[in-house]
Design a protein around this ligand. Structure first.
Ligand code: NAD
Length: 494
């Protein structure tokens, strides 16, 4: 077993007293209660975090509001703001090991995945959005209204104070996916990381200041969703909430946001499908689908938890996927031989296992996994289920764990109907060599992002978001930065 040792920087940060970042400095919470941060691979406490309360949320919103009203960020020339965001990307790359180690130790995500996936994605998000700072243009119209000539212009203005609520599985990358476009748009922000995935956002706050983001523009809170997340969602001085998390919490935000009609950008849960045709490149489809469901122990919003395989290929595909699943080495984030890490918490493992046991009781057959090992850590084996159908909870509801339902299909019409029979519509993939079928299926499937002969490959330039109960709005691409702005029209009589 080759164990990677933590860098000195990570050890120093881990052992420091953690506070919240408000107005450009570390601020202790008045609430003396603390949250124990636990390494999910060992169950051991690695740090204590403040349990922020509503007073902390109010202080962070006030700092953001003041910086927005005083235009501390917006008064910097747009090209210079772009340079600052580029410097953030440089600093993320300089501190990549440290950020990846913090995410890995706190969430159990494999270090290599965090380092070469999440942290690289975070740097790229800042580089990409840096370019938008001086390109958010409006349009010009010359027209005549009631016989009078007008020159009309539209301009994009920042929405104001943005609350950025981040889930457990994207402590570095999803934080950056939200921060970079919000800052490029000119907003001031309050970040609310998940209580089990907080350390990278706290470290990033220091890096943002070092890059030149003025104090008060970025604030980071620590604490529970029902306490500070809910407070941000209802706060009259928050203009927009960008939330990534479960559909159930998203529904609560709808109600909380009604008070001041704040804008909501919602990136919610999914039950994404992979459709594998008999003419697909078998080995490529097997590897892509296995990575698509077992990557990060299935704790991925776009995980292909429903796998539809054309009948002639079905038995072979299911058997080979189960063999892959059985061969995956479960292990800690820093063990270089680990191929799949633990789930985020003991509670979440109990939730995943309960769903699997209910599926088995309803007739599902586990070709691999289906029961978790004794011992330390919240590990759950890669599980492949057959004999599942659309009437079962395991096929309808998100598991957010390494659990695949493999089901046969006989025709395009049948598989399209099954895939679309879901309250979710986040993502999906089609594996085939038939181009006409690619066009037919990608038009017919109701989901926000589809891959062909790939699954789960993100890119910050590609708009991403859900149909139906998988969300509102789009992250990534130009849509992401524009979603933190509002359009003003000016009619000048000439
Ligand atoms: P979660 O909904 O439990 O928590 C998400 C965030 O919301 C956390 O910061 C949490 O503290 C906060 N929160 C909880 N209750 C709240 C409340 N009442 N008011 C305001 N905030 C509250 O989700 P999770 O377990 O962190 O992440 C898993 C979920 O996120 C899955 O459903 C997954 O599909 C989804 N997800 C979606 C995307 C996407 O882009 N669509 C990406 C990643 C994860």
């Amino acid at each position: 077993m080759a164990l990677r040792a933590l860098t000195a920087e990570t050890q120093r940060f881990l052992t420091a007293e953690h506070m919240q970042w408000i107005g450009g400095r570390w601020v202790p919470s008045a609430c003396k209660d603390r949250i124990a941060s636990i390494d999910p691979a060992s169950g051991k406490i690695i740090a204590y975090l403040p349990r922020g309360d509503t007073a902390d949320a109010d202080a962070a919103v006030a700092a953001a509001r003041t910086s927005f009203v005083q235009e501390t960020w917006l008064s910097i020339a747009s090209h210079e703001r772009g340079r600052i965001l580029q410097r953030v990307a440089d600093l993320i790359e300089c501190h990549a090991d440290e950020l990846a180690e913090l995410e890995a130790i706190e969430t159990g995500k494999l270090f290599a995945h965090a380092r070469h996936g999440d942290v690289a994605i975070a740097a790229r998000a800042f580089r990409y959005h840096a370019g938008w700072c001086d390109k958010l243009d409006g349009s010009q119209l010359d027209l005549s209204a009631f016989g009078q000539p007008f020159a009309c212009q539209t301009r994009r203005e920042p929405l104001g104070v943005a609350a950025l609520i981040v889930p457990s599985n994207g402590a570095t990358a999803i934080t950056a996916w939200k921060l970079a476009p919000a800052l490029a748009a000119g907003c001031s922000v309050v970040v609310k990381p998940h209580e089990r995935a907080t350390l990278p956002a706290l470290r990033m706050a220091e890096l943002l200041q070092q890059a030149g983001i003025p104090d008060g523009v970025v604030n980071v809170l620590c604490g529970s969703g029902p306490a500070i997340g809910a407070r941000l969602a209802e706060h009259a001085d928050v203009d927009v909430v960008s939330f990534t998390g479960s559909t159930e919490v998203g529904r609560k935000l709808l109600q909380a946001a009604a008070g001041n009609f704040k804008k909501l950008i919602l990136e919610l849960g999914g039950k994404s499908a992979a459709i594998v045709y008999a003419d697909a490149d078998f080995e490529a489809a097997l590897s892509g689908v296995a990575a698509g469901i077992f990557g990060n122990a299935g704790q991925v919003c776009v995980a292909c938890s429903r796998i539809y395989v054309e009948r002639p290929l079905f038995e072979r595909f299911a058997r080979r996927l189960a063999q892959r699943a059985q061969a995956l080495r479960l292990g800690a984030a820093f063990d270089e031989e680990s191929e799949m890490g633990p789930l985020i918490s003991e509670d979440h493992r109990a939730h995943v296992d309960a769903m699997v046991q209910r599926a088995i009781a309803a007739g599902a057959v586990a070709l691999s996994g289906g029961a978790y090992p004794n011992g330390a850590g919240y590990f759950y084996p890669a599980t492949v289920l057959t004999h599942t159908d659309a009437s079962m909870e395991i096929v309808r509801e998100e598991v957010f764990g390494p659990v695949a339902c493999v089901m046969p299909f006989d025709s395009d019409e049948e598989v399209i109907a099954q895939v679309n029979d879901s309250r979710y519509g986040l993502a999906g993939s089609v594996w085939t060599r038939d181009l006409a079928r690619v066009h037919r299926l990608t038009a017919a499937i109701q989901a926000g992002l589809l891959w062909v002969n790939a699954h789960g490959v993100p890119d910050v330039a590609v708009p991403f978001g859900g149909y139906r109960q998988s969300g509102w709005g789009r992250e990534q691409g130009r849509e992401a930065v524009e979603s933190f702005t509002q359009l003003k029209s000016v009619m000048i009589q000439v």
